[in-house]
Design a protein around this ligand. Structure first.
Ligand code: CP
Length: 316
């Protein structure tokens, strides 16, 4: 595997989920596979889970890891070909990606959207700059539009906790005071569409996700209606795709409450974290026995481990 940036990079998502679950049951089985190999983790944005879980995954495979916070610790990168770099940018992605490829055998990149220009964000200028100019495989650690490691961990978690063959999964928009990317929601929909699920999305008007991603998925605008008989509630805020980057106002009743969860089929609560308590989800829901948020975060280790194995073995 040369690139892990979305589900489209995977030949058999089910096989990757199984590999990740197998790694969870025997995390040190391949502790020599990555010997004398180095993983570079490049962060343009903050992270707790992605940074630590991917580092842990690499360590389980015997890899060395170099972590760099690019915005604070490195030169300001230029991504436009042919630009005259007489302003803020100090180093071009052409040299930066080529140089990092001399130090690292696999590179992970985290880069959030700017929210200045939807077309530019959805063209994945930063991630694709690394894909184009690095000579080693690239892993998305969450890009402007996708978070595939999170989705792989989420699919593992659902597989572990489902009690029926075709569970009902509801992706619910939730309130948030700041503009957040659509990346987690986009990826979750793409991965869930590949599984044997009854998938429903619920969101307020104006928060439709990109049409090619949600094509074929049922959308219910009434959250309470959507929650009926749900086995899993996946809560996530995203800012508007249509009115790009706009946040919701006066929509606090979309918070996941015990009353809403009571409508479900003893539904499990999921969220990728970090989460704002009592804004996104009531304490009594996230602290309940039906909350899977810590399991999701744990599974991030084995999701990353599965992807690293594929890359180290040069398999698809
Ligand atoms: N879920 C997730 O990606 O968490 P971090 O932003 O902390 O890495």
């Amino acid at each position: 595997m040369k690139k892990f940036s979305s589900i489209e990079d995977i030949e058999a998502p089910e096989g990757l989920i199984k590999l990740a679950l197998d790694q969870k049951s025997n995390p040190h089985e391949l502790s020599q596979l990555g010997k004398n190999k180095t993983l570079g983790l490049l962060f343009f944005n903050p992270s707790l889970r992605t940074r630590m879980s991917t580092q842990k995954a690499a360590m389980n495979l015997g890899m060395d890891v170099i972590v760099m916070n690019l915005n604070s610790d490195s030169w300001t990168l230029e991504f436009e070909d042919g630009s005259t770099m007489n302003s803020e940018s100090q180093e071009h992605i052409r040299e930066a990606a080529a140089v990092i490829s001399q130090y690292c055998d696999i590179i992970g990149v985290r880069t959030f959207p700017s929210f200045n220009d939807r077309e530019e964000d959805y063209s994945e200028v930063v991630l694709n700059g690394f894909v184009k100019h690095a000579s080693v495989p690239i892993i998305s650690l969450e890009s402007a539009t996708r978070h595939p490691l999170q989705s792989l961990a989420d699919m593992m978690t659902i597989e572990e906790h489902k009690v029926k063959k075709k569970p009902k999964i509801v992706l619910s928009w939730v309130p948030h005071p700041k503009a957040l990317p659509q990346a987690v929601a986009n990826s979750f929909v793409e991965w869930a569409k590949e599984g044997d699920f009854d998938l429903v999305i619920t969101h307020p008007n104006g928060f439709e996700l990109e049409g090619s991603i949600t094509n074929g998925v049922e959308v219910v605008s009434d959250q309470a209606e959507a929650f009926k008989d749900a086995d899993f509630i996946y809560a996530k805020n995203w800012s508007s795709y249509e009115d790009y980057g706009k946040i919701g106002e006066d929509l606090n009743d979309w918070m996941i409450s015990p009353e809403r969860m009571a409508i479900t089929n003893q539904g499990k609560f999921m969220h990728c974290l970090p989460v704002r308590r009592n804004v996104v989800v009531h304490d009594d829901v996230i602290d309940s026995q039906n909350s899977l948020v810590i399991e999701q975060a744990e599974n991030r280790i084995y999701a990353a481990q599965a992807v690293l194995i594929k890359m180290l073995n040069d398999e698809n």
